[in-house]
Design a binder for this molecule. Structure first.
Ligand SMILES: [Zn+2]
Length: 113
């Protein structure tokens, strides 16, 4: 499963951060997932539930924050929400767009002791 390798990767990063900061435990972790990042949040939650067992993150609070994909039209400068990568501008139908957000897959913050 794609999401399981992402979950393991998140745990690795959090673990390294905790070691670097000499932390005894991780209280909370915030993860941002863009709506067009290709990651299904429910699948990621499920994978994390399994993967955190016996790790620093076992008892950490998890916040998974969806980031709504948005793009800017380079023709008419309107900003609109996207549900897929290639969507025309709803205002002028141009496909010359710049994705502003929604591809995120990152740890936003880690709260440690
Ligand atoms: Zn446009």
């Amino acid at each position: 499963m794609h999401e399981m390798s992402i979950a393991l990767n998140i745990i690795d990063i959090a673990h390294e951060e905790a070691l670097r900061a000499n932390a005894k435990k991780i209280n909370e972790i915030e993860i941002e997932i863009g709506t067009i990042s290709g990651v299904e949040i429910s699948a990621l939650e499920f994978s994390l539930d399994i993967a955190v067992k016996n790790t620093f993150l076992e008892n950490a609070q998890r916040k998974i924050i969806p980031v709504q994909a948005k793009a800017e039209c380079l023709e008419c400068n309107s900003i609109f929400s996207l549900t897929t990568f290639y969507e025309p501008c709803p205002n002028c139908q141009s496909l010359t767009i710049n994705i502003l957000q929604g591809k995120e897959l990152r740890i936003k913050s880690i709260n440690i002791d």
